[in-house]
Design a protein around this ligand. Structure first.
Ligand code: AP5
Length: 219
């Protein structure tokens, strides 16, 4: 099964993708994580992407499409993929159709997480992750069980993303409205789009997504 998780910055895509990955044995492909890894490794892609990401704008379609194309052939994608943060433009959505068709694969489900803009700013402002294993947390909604200690690996070092500053978040929301929202009608036209209330508690959102995926699997 291949699915797309759509939604605005801070909408809960990464949080839910990790849970679906475990439950359905799919591979999460997050273009944001891939770009941050490229920046950290100092690759050419990372050098090109850094300033664009820091400004809250979208990295060019050709870089993103090449990155996904390379990754799709890997063995860990065989059982199916959760695309998280991709596609983000109509050109990327069309390229995904081509990449899947070349591999005789198809897209089974596109789920949009719907979240109020006010909530997004609060979610992003409180977000942090473990420096060692990447587990995600929130100051208010998802605290580690023991304060200052990662539940998953025990590390006491945490990070906040460079692009989570309020002015960058505003630019990211604007990019979502202008460049990403137009792909909703694209997927609606193909009969693939369903929506989930992303304002609900994290476990309830997971349950709603699982119900939709179970239905898609039975088709
Ligand atoms: P990317 O990393 O994809 O960022 P994003 O889309 O802005 O999404 P986020 O990671 O901020 O949020 P999320 O929806 O995953 O929410 P999360 O689960 O963390 O992209 C970063 C940048 O890379 C872009 O700006 C762009 O420059 C570039 N880029 C990436 N992909 C690209 C592409 N395809 N094309 C071009 N450029 C690209 O949740 C947020 C917080 O809320 C967490 O703390 C979580 O604990 C909490 N939370 C989650 N769900 C709930 C809930 N239901 N209730 C309460 N709290 C919740």
């Amino acid at each position: 099964m291949n699915m797309v998780l759509l939604g605005p910055p801070g909408g809960g895509k990464g949080t839910q993708a990790k849970r679906i990955e475990e439950r359905y044995g799919l591979k999460q492909l997050s273009t944001g994580d891939m770009l941050r890894a490229a920046v950290a490794a100092g690759t050419e892609t990372g050098r090109k992407a850094k300033a664009v990401m820091d400004a809250g704008k979208l990295v060019s379609d050709d870089i993103i499409i090449a990155m996904i194309g390379e990754r799709l052939g890997a063995a860990d994608c065989k059982a199916g993929v959760i695309f998280d943060g991709f596609p983000r433009t109509v050109a990327q959505a069309e390229a995904l159709d081509r990449l899947l068709a070349e591999r005789k694969l198809s897209l089974d489900s596109v789920i949009e997480l719907k979240v109020d803009e006010e909530a997004l700013v609060r979610r992003i402002a409180g977000r942090f992750s473990c420096k060692r294993c990447g587990a995600g947390y929130h100051d208010e909604f998802q605290r580690p069980k023991a304060a200052g200690v990662c539940d998953a690996c025990g590390s006491t070092e945490f990070l906040r993303r460079d692009d989570d500053k309020p002015e960058t978040v505003r630019a990211r929301l604007e990019a979502y409205r202008r460049q990403t929202a137009p792909i909703l009608p694209y997927y609606q036209g193909k009969g693939l789009l369903t929506q989930v209330d992303g304002m609900a508690p994290i476990d309830d959102v997971t349950r709603a997504i699982a119900t939709l995926l179970d239905k898609a699997l039975r088709r």
